[in-house]
Design a protein around this ligand. Structure first.
Ligand code: DX5
Ligand code: ZN
Length: 226
């Protein structure tokens, strides 16, 4: 079996919001474009919403990976799928009915993702992960870019990867927060295969080269499939 290819998802949270189409173009070699939606309720910060996602979808060929850090995702997540997002991830801490919401996202044509904050254990949700295409393990507290990577959450990545490797789940295992050249190997080695990176990409002199550098570092550290 071939080694799995890591996927890199630059986060536009660290991009120039006045030039989002250009900022997407700057990372056209990436796999997904990560779009952080924050509502100033679920997290203290406020970013962007559906109208921007709709416009961005028209402006780039990159699949949009929408990470909803919002209250009431049961109500608001499916419209992001309708707006053209390829993957819509919402937080387990915010949802009333994760299964119903995942099904609504999929019915609207997107992959469904479940995000888990650093302090939230994964064990209670392992069963419902069958309803999802992506699990997003937060490696920082959601809300802001540029925070330090929290290696202590990697056991959650290992737990999920073990279930995927043994055929019990089929999922992308995504990590988000503090991913950079000095941290991506640890996340890859633990079993992540999708890597969100905001500041490590957009604060680099050459964002396209930063994406390639991260991909190389992840590829070198990913364990071979079992
Ligand atoms: C944080 C966001 C992240 C953020 C990552 O709440 O979910 O996607 O953009 O930024 P860095 O890579 O700078 O930690
Ligand atoms: Zn994010």
């Amino acid at each position: 079996m071939n080694r799995p290819e890591p996927m890199i998802a630059p986060s536009i949270l660290s991009a120039d919001f006045a030039h989002l189409a250009d900022e997407a173009d700057a990372v056209s070699g990436a796999d997904w474009l990560h779009v952080d939606v924050m509502d100033a309720h679920f997290v203290p910060n406020l970013t962007l919403g559906l109208p921007v996602v709709k416009s961005l979808h028209r402006a780039t060929d990159l699949p949009l990976d929408c990470h909803l850090m919002i209250d009431d995702p049961d109500r608001w997540a499916p419209p992001y799928a309708e707006a053209g997002a390829a993957n819509v991830t919402f937080h387990v801490e915010a949802a009333a009915d994760v299964v119903q919401t995942a099904r609504a996202i999929r019915a609207a044509g997107a992959l469904a993702g479940l995000a888990i904050k650093p302090g939230t254990p994964v064990e209670p949700y392992l069963e419902v992960l069958r309803e999802f295409d992506t699990v997003l393990v937060m490696t920082v507290e959601p809300g802001f870019g540029g925070q330090a990577f929290r290696a202590e959450v990697l056991p959650k990545v290992r737990t999920i990867r073990t279930l995927v490797s043994s055929g019990h789940l089929r999922l992308f295992v995504e990590v988000d927060g503090g991913i950079a050249l000095d941290t991506i190997a640890a996340a890859a080695e633990a079993g992540a295969d999708v890597f969100v990176a905001g500041s490590a990409v957009y604060e680099a002199d050459d964002p396209a080269a930063a994406v390639e550098g991260l991909r190389r570092a992840a590829r070198a550290a990913m364990p071979p499939p079992r």
